[in-house]
Design a protein around this ligand. Structure first.
Ligand code: AMP
Ligand code: ZN
Length: 313
């Protein structure tokens, strides 16, 4: 077995924040960063307690057919990551291996599979609501590892990132009130963490010339609002998006509320972006973070870190 490098508790993996992978927009995270993500998860959970949301776990890939059906493929082809898999046989593979070893193309026998990378957590939810007659409004709480094929990689713009979403099913007027209430709540929460915010109507990056029209409509109907904070000197990024989908999903999947029409809204938190903003504002030492986000010192301090300073062979 190959030698593992000797690591100590203050080596980058243990104490580090963000770790480059060599691929633009793809970042790994050290333990300090992860404990901040944990703090954010707990804090958002407390913030959402009044909604008594139902938790819903989702995988980081999603049915391709579902995203085709929901219009995502048509409107965001530039962002979608498509999973391909090898469909040849053993003999054909042996022919390809020399090309692989020479660093040449080895993918021409790969085919588009039945899954794509998840672009937003909430897409997983709607098919499970199909034909449901809700007696009262409902809120779901999902966290997904999302992928978007971003073309730039400035601070806070990753290709793979974690998105926490709250999704509400409610009557048309009340779902909008809920969404608007969350714009204020999210802004107040970020302010309480020491982050000055800006709140603005926004639009999704719909593709191409047809997309420009959709963006204009989305803005004029104020269907999307973003709460932005500074993540690096002079660079603001949206950290929370508050969206109203009207009947886009309820009409497609036939779910209703109290015998009438249901609409949906979602509030999406970009966990890494919020963490980057906290680090930018308060620094890397957890003792200077807002108490709300500080890691629980807990009993693990006394326990040895498994294998942390052991050189293995
Ligand atoms: P959106 O669906 O684009 O409104 O994204 C929801 C939330 O996810 C945003 O408010 C951001 O906080 C976060 N987010 C979106 N794109 C990225 C990205 N490329 N890197 C990191 N976080 C992102
Ligand atoms: Zn959503």
């Amino acid at each position: 077995m190959a030698d593992f490098p000797t690591r100590t508790a203050d080596a980058p993996l243990a104490g580090g924040l963000t770790l480059e992978t060599g691929v633009p927009g793809l970042v790994a995270y050290g333990s300090t960063f992860e404990s901040l993500i944990d703090g954010l998860r707990h804090s958002i959970g407390r913030l959402a307690a009044d909604d008594a949301p139902t938790r819903f776990g989702v995988p980081p890939v999603i049915s391709r057919a579902l995203l085709e059906r929901l219009g995502y493929v048509e409107t965001f082809p530039q962002l979608l990551g498509v999973v391909h898999t090898y469909e040849g046989d053993d003999r054909q593979w042996r022919e390809l291996v020399p090309a692989l070893r020479r660093g040449e193309s080895w993918t021409h026998r790969h085919e588009v599979s039945d899954v794509v990378l998840l672009p937003a957590a909430c897409y997983h939810l709607y098919p499970h609501l199909a034909e449901t007659e809700f007696a009262e409004p409902a809120v779901f709480d999902l966290t997904g590892h999302c992928y978007r094929h971003e073309r730039t990689a400035e601070v806070g713009r990753m290709r793979s990132f974690r998105m926490r979403e709250l999704v509400r099913i409610d009557a048309p007027a009340s779902v909008l009130d809920w969404r608007d209430g969350w714009i204020e709540r999210a802004a107040g929460w970020l302010g309480s963490l020491g982050l000055p915010v800006t709140i603005e109507p926004a639009s999704d990056p719909f593709f191409g010339s047809a997309g420009r029209l959709m963006s204009t409509m989305q803005r004029s109907e104020q269907l999307k609002w973003e709460v932005a904070v500074e993540v690096a000197d002079g660079l603001d990024q949206a950290v929370v998006s508050c969206n109203c989908h009207k009947n886009h999903f309820s009409a497609e999947f036939g779910f209703r509320l109290g015998g009438g029409e249901a609409h949906t809204s979602c509030v999406a938190f970009g966990l890494e972006r919020i963490a980057l903003a906290i680090l930018h504002r308060h620094g890397p030492d957890p003792r200077s973070w807002p108490a709300e986000l500080r890691p629980d010192p807990g009993p693990t301090r006394e326990e040895p870190i498994p294998d942390a300073n052991v050189s293995r062979t």
